[in-house]
Design a protein around this ligand. Structure first.
Ligand SMILES: [Zn+2]
Length: 347
């Protein structure tokens, strides 16, 4: 947090710092993109107001005002800039709402809204970014996370079904319907010969089920053609041998790692390590709801992929990311009772 101390004095300083991260090349109008903006008086909470000359002319008005936060995910927030700075700093320490509320001295419900906003912003801009692809050597694996309808008790009644079964494993692969949504993990192995290589890049996707039809469009979108692709012998991955150099280890036969004649190490151990990190992280959100599971998983994915950065660099990367979204995803999600279907994201 040392990095933030100079800005943690008052709301104006905090607002100035956040503005410079949102517009590193100078303030532009969020409506028309024009640089012809003039600063006006500040808001009570320290945010700077601006008048866009271009929009004022266009709309035939004397002024066309906007603030530091217009059209950003913070636009409707009542939290002050200083509090936001603190909350974001705590967010990247992988804390849950209770811990953030205590550390930032805000209400727990407010902290909950804040983390949903930040996780949602990261999901929309970082997780769904179509340009972020994995290559070279990629491992794929799936795990199952217990998640219920917590916080939505009526949801259980609406489905006219019994609460999800706990404890006893049902036969067959778990699905979202049975209360254990699968998560597909894809990880690009870190280049060990390159000292400056970033952390092993990972992509994590919460699924309804693990059928080939579900995972095929995701793998096609996230993994470049020609990649070496490592999985266990589970048959849902068989289709990947068309586009990738697909190699399998047979966990069923007790085989966990092997060196092929061409020197390639065939295993899924990188992904196994990431699963244990993810489980540790998700354990902090006791009884996580299916509605928010994919948002928490997106936070873990983001923070894992920026692991090689310093705390301050991660802080700035987070803000640049959430400032590039308008919060559309979260607004649409608010009208859905369940997680948004993946078909909206991948084709
Ligand atoms: Zn404008």
């Amino acid at each position: 947090m040392k990095h933030l101390i100079p800005y943690l004095q008052d709301d104006q300083k905090a607002a100035d710092y956040l503005r410079q991260l949102r517009w590193p090349h100078g303030v532009t109008c969020p409506r028309c993109g024009s640089h012809a903006v003039e600063p006006r008086e500040r808001c009570d909470n320290g945010l700077q107001r601006f008048n866009c000359v271009h929009c004022a002319v266009r709309l035939g008005q004397q002024f066309a005002m906007f603030t530091d936060w217009t059209s950003s995910i913070f636009a409707e927030s009542k939290l002050r800039p200083l509090d936001w700075l603190l909350v974001i700093g705590l967010w990247q320490l992988k804390l849950n709402a209770t811990e953030i509320a205590a550390a930032a001295d805000i209400q727990e419900r407010t902290a909950q809204r804040c983390i949903n906003l930040l996780d949602g912003g990261i999901y929309e801009t970082y997780h769904l970014d179509p340009t972020r692809q994995l290559e070279d050597q990629v491992e794929a694996d799936e795990c199952y996370q217990s998640a219920g309808s917590k916080g939505l008790a009526r949801e259980v009644e609406r489905h006219e079904r019994a609460p999800r079964q706990r404890g006893i494993q049902l036969r067959g692969r778990a699905t979202a319907q049975t209360g254990r949504p699968p998560i597909l993990g894809l990880v690009q192995r870190r280049d060990k010969l390159d000292q400056d290589a970033p952390a092993a890049q990972v992509s994590l996707e919460v699924l309804e089920n693990v059928r080939t039809a579900t995972i095929k469009p995701i793998i096609a979108a996230k993994v470049k053609d020609g990649t070496q692709f490592f999985t266990d012998a589970y048959n849902i991955y068989h289709f990947t041998k068309v586009d990738y150099d697909h190699r399998t280890v047979n966990h069923g036969a007790g085989e966990y790692a092997r060196r092929d004649p061409d020197g390639t190490c065939v295993h899924c151990n990188t992904m196994e390590g990431i699963w244990s990190g993810l489980r540790n992280f998700l354990d902090r959100f006791k009884g996580i709801s299916q509605r928010f599971l994919h948002l928490r998983v997106a936070r873990y994915e983001f923070l894992h992929n920026y692991k090689h950065l310093s705390w301050g660099q991660t802080f700035e990367a987070t803000l640049q990311c959430v400032f590039s979204t308008t919060g559309d995803y979260l607004r649409r999600m608010a009208h859905q009772h369940r997680r948004m279907p993946l078909t909206l994201c991948y084709r």
